[in-house]
Write a protein of this length. Sequence first.
Length: 158
Amino acid sequence: MYIKLIVQIILPVVLGLGLQRYFGAFVQKHSAKLTLFDKSIILLIIYKSFAESFTGNIFSSVSVFDLLLLFVAVLVLFFIVFVLIGFLSRKMNFNKEDQITAQFCGTKKSLVHGTVFSKIIFGNMASIGIVLLPLMLFHASQILIITIIATRLSKRED
């Protein structure tokens, strides 16, 4: 399991950092296309997890009430972390920009890494979707909430 984690998570990061020296200018020049490619790969990984879950009829065991309860718990968790990071960054005398960055980054959880971790830990179980459901809800909620907050912050006057 540790070797899989290193190969699938750590090694790509280390390779990326090492290759930055040689391909950094190329990446900067083509950043829009590479960003689209990156997001497409993430979307495909997420789609694959959902598709496998729906094919296995995994979500039929989750009632609407349980789904709503899980969604509320995810929202509560998001706002606890968001407010806590804001409080701590103010106590640490972060400027406003660093505080916003800390809050945005501190609440971000990568569905891609969660998917990779779950595949390594649980293998190719058909029920992996049920394990990932809270992470999927958190990820989607985080993107929506941060987009709303970022839009409001961009319109504020200092």
